[in-house]
Design a protein around this ligand. Structure first.
Ligand code: F6P
Length: 460
């Protein structure tokens, strides 16, 4: 049997008026990659998935025995909401996410006070409950695939209970380097590196694997034995093709045609997250319009954004900054019949697919990103030989660098230059780059990624 252990499960459940429950696809790359694989039996006939209940409806569905997923033995762990907040908001997203993506303004943050001590204890408690649930579900010698930074302590805790299991930990984020890992309190850095080096640790990019190895040596000493592997995720081409042809995507495409007309189009698609560097993206576009008068009224930048982690003040503040940055560009350049930036916050995947299909330029400029699947999805659905402007600090850079225009995520003039080159590129070069982009983006599927994890587990 294969046991998946991840913060979010395959579905989130909502109560219906009749007292039953509806299952909706849970958000996030981990869930959407693993859900089809596990429900289709690609991980073997027997699969179990352990995840956290994220709200009261999830909890109620679990209690009612209705938190079910076809072909998967699903367990949703019911943590006290206050405990969950400390684990998810304070440690996972407020600390580890910021650390691994290099987002801390170190003069001011982090501050490891009593609240953090309490939150770290909650992180340990929640990780222990995942480990315990996996130990209960797994049979002798089973493979356990632990996903992401929210559950970095699970490998060590699980190994202590069940030495017979084959445990893989896969990070969907970057991993911070040896100087940054020292920012964590010593006990936390030790626990994190100790746990992950006891498992086989997978990453989307060789760069993150190297960072982890260097950090583990920094914290555990030069003899630290790390076993890492690199397995980038790829999009599911069939699912994307089906979605691109769906009535919802086709209608959204027509709306975009009306909005953009004969202008060129730049698209980005991101969660509203400081790591995605959305504000600098708008600032670079502003610079582009300032320096290239001929582009004014000739380009529309559509930002497909979805709100994220709104319980964190940093995320709420960033959402405000994003809104203001877009408004500034519009105030400065808009004319009676042209809005330079269109921010679209609707949580609507077919609409995102339509934007990726219709665009001439795709901007992916994160400060750092474990992979960035959008950079590959764009290639598979785009209809106009779009040019990819891609941050060198996205994991997907490793695979796509030969076809993308590089973006230096902090350099506004350089980013504006990349956007300009992309918009001005001759049709023949666009076509040849787009063909290669499609080829590279289709090279790996979710199935390949899962197989790499299973292979790594069996090599242990
Ligand atoms: O890819 C990193 C990740 O944290 C995933 O674990 C998660 O599915 C996604 O980003 C979205 O984040 P969240 O689950 O916090 O909404």
């Amino acid at each position: 049997m294969t046991v998946v252990v991840s913060n979010r499960g395959p579905y989130r459940f909502t109560r219906t008026a009749s007292g039953g429950f509806d299952a909706h696809h849970a958000s996030g790359g981990v869930s959407s990659a693993l859900r089809p694989l596990l429900t289709s039996g690609a991980a073997g006939a027997d699969a179990a998935w352990i995840a956290a209940a994220h709200d009261d409806d999830d909890r109620a569905a679990m209690v009612a025995g209705e938190a079910q997923a076809p072909g998967i033995a699903l367990t949703l762990l019911d943590h006290d909401p206050a405990l969950h907040r400390l684990y998810y908001d304070v440690v996972s997203n407020g600390t580890l996410w910021f650390l691994h993506h290099g987002l801390f303004d170190l003069v001011r943050r982090p501050r490891f006070d009593h609240r953090f001590t309490e939150a770290w204890a909650a992180y340990e408690t929640v990780n222990r409950s995942f480990a315990k649930a996996a130990a209960e579900v797994a049979s002798e010698g089973d493979v356990v695939l632990v996903q992401d930074y929210q559950l970095a302590l699970v490998p060590e805790m699980l190994r202590a209970e069940r030495g017979d299991l084959r445990i893989v930990h896969f990070s969907h984020t970057p991993f911070c380097g040896p100087n940054s890992i020292r920012v964590l309190p010593d006990h936390a850095a030790l626990a994190l590196c100790g746990s992950m080096s006891g498992a086989i640790a997978g990453f989307h990019s060789a760069r993150w694997a190297r960072s982890f190895e260097a950090s583990a040596r920094e914290i555990l000493g030069n003899d630290a034995r790390c076993r890492t592997f690199v397995a980038p995720l790829g999009p599911d081409p069939d699912e994307l093709a089906e979605l691109a042809e769906s009535p919802a995507a086709l209608t959204a495409g027509q709306e975009l045609d009306e909005l953009v007309g004969d202008r060129q189009m730049i698209v980005r698609s991101d969660r509203v997250d400081p790591s995605k560097n959305i504000v600098r993206g708008f600032a670079a576009y502003d610079l582009l319009l300032a320096e290239h008068r001929e582009l004014r009224e000739r380009v529309v930048f559509v930002a497909r954004l979805t709100s994220s982690r709104e319980s964190l003040p940093e995320y709420m503040a960033y959402a405000n900054e994003v809104e203001q940055a877009a408004a500034r560009v519009n105030e400065r350049w808009a004319t009676n019949d042209w809005q330079p930036v269109v921010v679209d916050l609707r949580d609507d995947y077919p609409r995102t697919i339509a934007a990726l299909a219709r665009t001439d330029v795709l901007l992916v400029n994160p400060v750092k990103d474990g992979l960035n699947l959008v950079a590959k999805e764009g290639a598979l659905v785009n209809q106009r030989d779009a040019v990819l402007c891609l941050s060198r600090d996205a994991g997907a850079w490793d695979e796509l660098h030969e076809t993308a225009l590089p973006v230096h995520p902090y350099d506004l003039a350089q980013t504006a230059g990349a956007l300009h080159d992309a918009l001005m590129m001759p049709a023949s070069e666009r076509a040849s780059r787009a063909a290669r982009w499609r080829e590279l983006s289709a090279a790996r599927t979710p199935r390949d990624w899962l197989d790499n994890q299973l292979k790594a587990a069996h090599s242990s």
